[in-house]
Write a protein that binds this ligand. Structure first.
Ligand code: ADP
Ligand code: MG
Length: 220
């Protein structure tokens, strides 16, 4: 069983740019991998397809055994909402919500009863070392703390796969290192499957498996 299986994935944009060219990739439970490549190599396109946010032009995408191409919008949203967690470069937290409420938003797609959501969100914040910041709003948190909240949100519904898009890209070096340490620790401690998309070779070098993209192809 794989948590993610791409077979022969190609993506051509209008205008003729081929952003991905025959990409095949399997991710297994418990893996921690880097997808690395310079700007324009196709990383964001690949992330969007891995996360079922965009469909390939050809080829297949299976998430946790389910063929994403066979699902209509509502069921695809449900698959994404329950089986995938996202971490973005710029955090994407909701300013009007406290940390714990931001984390709890990831439970809206799941069948978790309302009265359980808060406790699970608090538990996820503890997992990232932010139990004491549960009531803070994003503007009261540092960049590194915001990214920890975002990581808690990506974990709280126990997804099959966490996709982190340049998770250290908006942080200074020391804070970025601490966030990467946390992702490595979560993978070890909780067994969460995590794919980190990065242009930074130093970030990629710290992860056990590396996939290198160049001009839309996997080259290593
Ligand atoms: P990366 O994230 O590695 O910088 P992208 O996946 O963003 O790479 O882009 C890969 C290629 O596809 C680039 O040549 C880019 O210009 C092109 N591209 C990305 N998004 C679009 C789009 N929506 N329409 C047309 N071309 C795009
Ligand atoms: Mg990109």
């Amino acid at each position: 069983m794989t948590v993610l299986d791409l077979k022969g994935v190609t993506k051509a944009y209008a205008g003729g740019v081929v952003a991905l060219d025959d990409v095949s990739l399997s991710v297994h439970p418990g893996e921690l991998l880097a997808i690395v490549g310079r700007s324009g190599s196709g990383k964001s396109t690949l992330l969007n397809i891995m996360g079922t946010l965009d469909a390939p032009s050809s080829g297949s995408v299976r998430v946790d055994g389910v063929d994403a191409g066979a699902l209509r919008d509502r069921r695809l949203s449900a698959l994404r909402g329950t089986r995938i967690g996202f971490v973005f470069q710029h955090f994407h937290l909701l300013d009007g919500l406290t940390a714990v409420d931001n984390v709890a938003t990831a439970l809206l797609y799941t069948r978790t009863p309302r009265n359980k959501r808060r406790a699970l969100a608090e538990e996820a914040l503890r997992q990232v070392g932010l139990g004491h910041r549960a009531g803070h709003r994003p503007q009261q948190l540092s960049g590194g703390e915001k990214q920890r909240v975002a990581i808690a949100r990506a974990l709280v519904h126990r997804p099959a796969l966490v996709l982190a898009d340049e998770p250290t890209g908006a942080l200074d070096t020391a804070t970025g290192t601490a966030v990467l340490d946390l992702l490595i620790d979560i993978n070890k401690r909780l067994g969460t499957t995590i794919a980190v998309i990065t242009h930074d070779r130093d970030v990629a070098a710290r992860l056990p498996r590396r996939i290198t993209l160049r001009d839309g192809r996997i080259v290593a």
